[in-house]
Design a protein around this ligand. Structure first.
Ligand SMILES: NC(=O)c1ccc[n+]([C@@H]2O[C@H](COP(=O)([O-])OP(=O)(O)OC[C@H]3O[C@@H](n4cnc5c(N)ncnc54)[C@H](O)[C@@H]3O)[C@@H](O)[C@H]2O)c1
Length: 249
């Protein structure tokens, strides 16, 4: 496999991780990073000895870079990804793909037209425990799927100011459900509201998804629970799989 020259746009909490991992990967060469906040940029440039750009445009014009990670806050995903696609870069955008479904569709269409790859950073499907569950389901160890019930709760993260908990957290388990169930969604029912003063968007959501083949997804997410819990339980006609995403088992 050949080495890919990559750049990271937005090197806050998550972008820092992308830069860290790229710098260790054999098949990736971290060429440059970009961030609008100078001290954030300088820290990563110094740590990983890369080029640093304060303007995204300058990173995107860098001919050495073939692919970029977009790790800016969610409400900027559309703008930055569309710009990256215009510059012919392949894109790995952090989850959720965009702030609205319309923005996401536009991004997917633009990537297709430009002939570049566009991927979203849905990490949980690569969690070894989820991979194992997939294997057990495919080998029919737990029979036919009946329900998948997920809980992703914890305290409010002051860093996330631009979206609510449904788009920020529920997206992880929705992706895992899609990955494990592989059946079209028929119907969705959800309740949500904002209780905390510091949250401008919903801080709790309870979602029920009816998939084809009579499989039901149940999902509870919030930024209200004082401790962090991330778990999923998969019920089949012949068995149950319980996963703790944090312990990866
Ligand atoms: N996969 C996961 O589990 C996971 C976990 C946390 C965050 N995320 C996602 O990562 C994204 C970033 O979240 P975060 O927690 O790292 O946020 P953050 O605020 O810590 O970092 C965002 C960075 O982007 C920079 N930035 C903002 N606008 C910019 C622009 N126009 N150009 C260049 N830089 C810009 C900011 O200065 C900041 O350094 C979000 O979409 C979030 O949903 C994913």
């Amino acid at each position: 496999m050949r080495t890919i020259n990559v750049g990271v746009i937005g090197v806050g909490a998550m972008g820092y991780n992308h830069a860290r991992v790229y710098s260790k990967l054999e098949n990736a060469n971290l060429v440059a990073v970009a961030d609008v906040v100078k001290p954030t940029l300088d820290k990563v440039v110094k740590k990983y000895k890369t080029k640093g750009y304060s303007e995204i445009e300058d990173l995107l014009k860098d001919p050495e870079i073939e692919a970029v990670s977009v790790c800016v806050p969610t409400t900027f995903h559309h703008e930055v990804v569309m710009e990256a696609i215009k510059h012919g870069k392949h894109v790995l955008v952090e989850k959720p793909i965009a702030f609205t479904a319309e923005e996401a569709e536009e991004m997917i269409e633009a990537a297709k037209e430009a002939g570049v790859k566009l991927a979203t950073g849905h990490v949980e499907r690569f969690n070894p425990a989820v991979q194992k569950a997939k294997e057990l389901i495919e080998n029919e160890v737990i029979g036919d799927l009946v329900t998948i019930s997920a809980k992703r709760v914890g305290p409010f993260p002051p860093r996330i100011k631009d979206v609510g908990v449904a788009i920020d957290l529920a997206i992880h388990d929705l992706d895992v459900m899609n990955f494990l169930i592989e059946a079209p969604v028929k119907q969705v029912y959800a309740t949500m509201s904002s209780i905390l003063d510091q949250s401008d968007f919903e801080d709790h959501a309870e979602i029920m998804i009816s998939f084809d083949e009579d499989i039901t997804g149940i999902l509870e997410v919030n930024w209200l629970t004082p401790y962090k819990r991330r778990q999923i339980e998969i019920t089949g006609t012949d068995g149950i799989i319980t996963i703790d995403y944090i312990d990866q088992c």
